[in-house]
Ligand binder design. Structure first.
Ligand code: ZN
Length: 172
């Protein structure tokens, strides 16, 4: 089921989410909704709080992104184990419709969490999938991509976003 995507500046996007205790049917149904919602919005990653559920769950599917390695992933209670290198990339976010900002992140990350079956998984991501993981992990910690910008860069991005919101209001 496609759910409504929460857009900034909603409070739920600014608060850290809570750990999932048990991976049960309800959680798996939520994950299906997250994929449905992400595909409908043509996104490549989604955090549960972006559909109004404050739990530590992310889904990723980089398949639509042509030049990037394909990765389809569900991570429950994800953690960043280690990171190395740096990469700058112009990111978009389903909670900031129309806005793109250049963010610097780690090039390579080792991550771990639980699968949809509740099993522990650990994997290494590099390049685009690593960027998406870090973007979604930030969401789960109540951090959005504009929080990764400093000073005037952040101010400009916020101004741009406010303008986009106003323009959106005029669309019938
Ligand atoms: Zn986002």
């Amino acid at each position: 089921m496609v759910r409504e995507i929460v857009t900034y500046p909603a409070e739920i996007l600014k608060k850290p989410t809570e750990k999932v205790d048990v991976v049960d049917r309800e959680i798996r149904s939520l994950i299906r909704d997250m994929f449905d919602t992400m595909y409908q919005a043509e996104g490549v990653g989604l955090a549960a709080n972006q559909i109004g559920v404050p739990l530590r769950i992310m889904v990723i599917d980089t398949t639509p992104k042509e030049e990037a390695p394909d990765l389809k992933l569900v991570l429950i209670n994800p953690e960043l184990v280690s990171s190395e290198g740096k990469i700058k990339y112009k990111e978009g976010c389903l909670s900031f419709p129309g806005l793109t900002v250049e963010v610097e992140r780690a090039m390579k990350v080792k991550v771990r969490g639980l699968s949809e079956e509740g099993e522990e998984v650990e994997l290494e991501l590099e390049g685009f999938p690593a960027i998406v993981f870090q973007h979604e992990l930030d969401h789960l910690d109540g951090i959005t991509f504009i929080d990764r910008l400093k000073g005037w860069r952040r101010r400009i991005a916020l101004e741009k976003y406010k303008k986009l919101l106003k323009e959106g209001e005029r669309v019938p």
